[in-house]
Write a protein that binds this ligand. Structure first.
Ligand code: ADP
Length: 438
């Protein structure tokens, strides 16, 4: 139960008290002897405690001196030495881990910045130091005082870190950086900064290339189309050639549509995000798109109508909004069987307003929905080619909406029909005479 030192201490105490008691009995002053004996014992205990305390104090200042204490005090000192050695080993192990992690992060080409719960900088790696020219005095300062880009401040303080943001560097013009924040610990954050200048330039080159090729193709295509149309209308052309000319005309039309869509898409991608904003009266825009859709439907006799579409004036670019809605409505005509219902509706919800294009047509298998807005993605290649689609319609819609801070939602049931809805933030609503649907 007791350790060896304590047992010895107890034995000595009993022997000492026996001697004191014997002396007390001999001089007939047992009580007085016991009190004096105990006082002496307490004094001796205090002396040993003092020795242990001085030893522990020396141990705290430098490495543990030789243990010269006896009995239980010696054992306690031995335990302290053991704990000190263990602590020293743990410290060395942790230091090795920390310096290994620091070596690893120094080797990273991405910048890493650690920020505490109060947004103050705690640590950075070499790459971050190079990117932002951090100095020792910046430690403990707010990160947003050093990276002052308004978009970064909004992202960092906004707290939504699902997606990274890409910004042009304030320090070096032409340098593009990607920031991604990760949370860890108690309110701490890690900011990963990646230099994406090369990717950005490549992306720009790709866009320029597509834009240039599309523009260059436009003129020869117009000339070829003109000649083919003239020749196709010529009555002297033998009948065997008539079919060939008609096919050439169709393919020319497809190529023109493709080139036009490519030009639209690259314009949407490369134009400055600050598009010309104007008040767009939606009802006349929807009415004129529906008239065009009825013309496109022709003898296929779709039932095309506006549903709950009241007067709404929104802030945006009329040409782009018209192009997005017409792409959705024309798709509904293209991919719905003859006589199906096609409607355009507008709703104002609590946090957003929605323009909805619904058809009772072929519908889309849910497995295709996530990829539908990708360029040239088609559910059924054969059918899309027959309908004259370019495969770029929904990509254009997505980009237009992005430029209006809006997004596209698609819901569809195979064989039942589809709903494509454009969700705009309420601050784009200028005027309306509709009820808010909760
Ligand atoms: P396309 O020019 O081929 O129509 P889009 O980008 O406009 O290209 O559409 C991509 C694909 O999505 C289409 O090929 C078609 O398969 C499918 N799709 C689009 N709208 C509808 C719809 N209303 N109903 C069924 N399928 C649709």
């Amino acid at each position: 139960m007791f350790r060896r030192g304590l047992k010895t201490e107890l034995r000595w105490l009993i022997l000492y008290l026996a001697v004191v008691a014997f002396i007390g009995v001999s001089i007939e002053k047992l009580a007085v002897s016991l009190v004096i004996g105990l006082l002496l014992y307490i004094a001796w205990l205090f002396y040993n405690l003092h020795k242990l305390e001085s030893w522990v104090l020396t141990t705290r200042r430098k490495s543990a001196p030789k243990n010269t204490l006896n009995g239980i005090w010696g054992e306690i000192a031995d335990d302290v030495i053991l704990l000190c050695n263990r602590y020293e080993k743990d410290k060395q192990r942790l230091q090795a881990v920390v310096s290994r992690v620091q070596d690893m992060t120094s080797a990273l080409t991405d910048g890493v910045i650690l920020v505490d719960g109060r947004s103050n900088i705690e640590w950075w790696n070499q790459a971050a130091k190079r990117l932002f020219d951090f100095r020792q005095v910046d430690l403990g300062h707010k990160l947003t005082n050093i990276i002052r880009h308004p978009d970064f401040i909004q992202y960092f303080e906004g707290g939504n870190y699902d997606e990274p943001i890409e910004l042009e560097s304030v320090r070096l013009s032409g340098q593009h950086l990607q920031f991604q924040v990760h949370r860890f610990g108690i309110g701490e954050r890690m900011v990963i900064v990646r230099d994406i200048t090369r990717v950005f330039k490549l992306e720009l080159m790709r866009k320029d290339f597509v834009a240039n090729v599309s523009h260059e193709l436009r003129t020869p295509l117009t000339v070829v189309r003109g000649y083919i149309e003239t020749l196709a209308d010529n009555d002297e052309i033998p009948n065997v050639w008539k079919r060939a000319f008609s096919q050439m005309q169709d393919q020319c039309q497809r190529m023109t549509a493709l080139v036009n869509d490519l030009i639209t898409l690259t314009k949407l991608e490369t134009d400055d995000r600050d598009i010309r904003q104007e008040a767009v009266d939606l009802l006349p825009v929807i009415e004129s798109i529906l008239a065009d859709a009825r013309a496109l439907s022709g003898e296929r006799n779709h039932n095309i109508h506006a549903k709950d579409a009241s007067d709404i004036v929104i802030l945006g670019n009329e040409r782009e909004i018209r192009s997005a809605i017409s792409n959705l409505v024309f798709n509904a005509v293209k991919y719905s069987a003859d006589g199906c219902d096609i409607s355009v509706a507008t709703h104002i919800l609590e946090n957003e307003f929605v323009i909805e294009v619904t058809d009772t047509g072929a519908g889309i298998d849910p497995k295709h929905l996530p990829r539908l807005t990708e360029r040239f993605y088609r559910v059924d290649g054969g059918r899309a080619t027959k309908t004259g689609g370019t495969g770029l319609g929904l990509a254009i819609v997505k980009h237009v909406l992005l430029r209006h801070d809006a997004y596209l939602k698609i819901s569809s049931k195979l064989g039942k029909g589809s709903t494509f809805s454009c969700h705009f933030p309420l601050d784009r609503l200028v005027e309306h005479n509709m009820d808010i649907v909760s």
